[in-house]
Write a protein that binds this ligand. Structure first.
Ligand SMILES: *Cc1c(COP(=O)(O)O)cnc(C)c1O
Length: 474
């Protein structure tokens, strides 16, 4: 009998492995099918290594004992049992990172969600008179108060909001948009395509860098329903440019009996220049400028849950709300709870800026970031040596298609892991628990603490020690 065959015959049976104490213990707290799958996978992996191993002698199979196979199966089972969607530490310095879930919720918003999640709630009941109410009632008053609009309606996301206002107010008609504003937002939201799907016909005017009032005027016809402005939220044009501002566009639209619509994208409620950030229009500015309907996201600079918010004139909002398609993009109760709570925080700007994580990150002081980075660097140096650790000046990004020109000065903590490639360590950090996402630059791992919550610093340190072979921090 060949070595190969004898090795295969020595492999324990599935049932034998399941009797190992470590696996028997898992069976008590994990679904049986999951543990079974992990055991089968382990044995199959082993069989393949025996069959394809060099020379058929099972090279690379250091230990075929039942204990070691059980250990591997336990690891596989634990991996299978881990939730797919998990919290991660964001050390990239991109505050609204769409791939990392955009805005983390404020504690109050998360408590509001937890508070209704396992209970019945008054989502669509008017508690005063016991009659059927609207889920929008929990949000509309707050939105009107914060933006100065007459009415508001919330849907699933801003792409849906744009689609819905166009479908409700301009289906079969023309909507005039500047060429400089036909943007593609991350995740391939392209206004021309959304517009086409909504049934409105896009009429492009102006050139990429310049659009004047007369360009819109010249394009108005009997078929025109609206003039639309789209905030170029993820890029900025500099140099020889011209565009028509919200007030001028609204006044032209109204002179011609047309609607003025605006897709603002990020939905800023606070003046960014107060915090040293570049100017950008707020929702209330667009309403004050005379826009009839304005749309924005819930999870960009508002710092709330994914949602598409539409504010504007009452009669138009009614049209949007009664559109059959509004039902297709209905906001769910968990988002209603989170959004209501976030909007309540926004009634008090100081408090909002302190408690909404995206705003906290936007307004962290450089001195505070420096202090945290220095503390982490000191511990890292003890383990990895002076030369492996550094502090650098850098910039954080707002991300999420908001404030594209904002350069937030930050401190970057760098680690050049000894003996290991930076990319390997970055991969281990991603697969750790919790996963850590970092920047990689020229064989260095870079950590921007602006997007790491201060209370996560010890966790980050522990993850780094584990991934870069440093044991556990003291
Ligand atoms: C982000 C953005 C959108 C899409 O918003 P979602 O909430 O992600 O659907 C649409 N328009 C503009 C201008 C944006 O910035």
């Amino acid at each position: 009998m060949s070595d190969r065959e004898s090795l295969l015959r020595e492999l324990p049976a599935v049932d034998r492995l399941l009797q190992e104490p470590a696996l028997a213990e898992l069976l008590g707290r994990m679904p049986r099918r999951l543990v079974l799958a992990a055991v089968q996978e382990t044995l199959q992996g082993c069989r393949e290594k025996i069959i394809h191993g060099a020379g058929g002698t099972g090279d690379g199979l250091s230990d075929l004992s039942v204990t070691s196979l059980a250990r591997e199966a336990v690891e596989r089972a634990q991996k299978r049992a881990r939730p797919g969607l998990r919290p991660v530490i964001n050390a990239t310095g991109v505050i609204l990172h769409t791939n990392l879930g955009r805005a983390p919720l404020a504690a109050a918003a998360s408590e509001a969600v937890a508070g209704i999640m396992e209970q019945y709630c008054n989502l669509e009941i008017d508690l005063e008179d016991g009659r059927r109410g609207s889920r929008q009632a929990h949000l509309e008053g707050l939105l009107c108060e914060l933006t100065g609009a007459e009415a508001a309606v919330v849907v699933n996301n801003n792409a849906a909001a744009v689609f819905l206002i166009l479908n409700s107010c301009a289906a079969g008609k023309e909507v005039i948009v500047s060429r400089g504003e036909l943007v593609e937002i991350g995740g391939s939201f392209r206004l021309p395509e959304v517009m086409a799907a909504s049934g409105a016909r896009l009429v492009e005017v102006g050139t990429t860098n310049k659009t004047y009032r007369r360009d819109y005027e010249g394009a108005v016809s009997d078929e025109t329903a609206a003039l639309m402005k789209v905030h170029t939220s993820n890029y900025h044009m500099i140099g020889f440019t011209a565009s028509v501002d919200a007030a001028a566009l609204a006044s032209l639209a109204h002179d011609r009996n047309l609607l003025a619509l605006e897709d603002l994208g990020s939905g800023l409620l606070f003046d960014p220049t107060r915090y040293g950030l570049p100017p950008e229009p707020r929702v209330q500015d667009s309403i004050a400028a005379g826009m009839d309907l304005v749309t924005f996201s819930g999870d960009k600079l508002l710092g709330g849950p994914q949602a598409g918010i539409i504010v504007g004139r009452e009669e138009l909002i009614r049209r949007v709300r009664t559109n059959q398609l509004a039902r297709v993009m209905r906001v769910d109760k968990l988002a209603v709870a989170a959004l209501e709570s976030t909007l309540r925080l926004c009634l008090d700007e100081e408090r909002a800026v302190r408690s909404i994580p995206a705003w906290r990150a936007l307004t962290f002081s450089l001195a505070g970031l420096q202090e945290r980075a220095e503390a982490l660097a000191a511990t890292l140096k003890e383990r990895f040596g002076e030369g492996a650790v550094g502090l650098w000046e850098g910039t954080s990004r707002v991300g999420g298609g908001a404030l594209p020109t904002a350069e937030l000065p930050t401190v970057l903590l760098s680690l050049q892991p000894p003996r290991l490639e930076a990319a390997v360590v970055a991969g281990r950090l991603r697969c750790g628990d919790p996963p850590v996402l970092v920047r990689l630059q020229q064989e260095k791992l870079l950590f921007d603490l602006r997007t790491v919550f201060p209370e996560q610093d010890p966790l980050l340190l522990r993850a780094l020690f584990a991934a870069a072979g440093g044991g556990t921090p003291q």
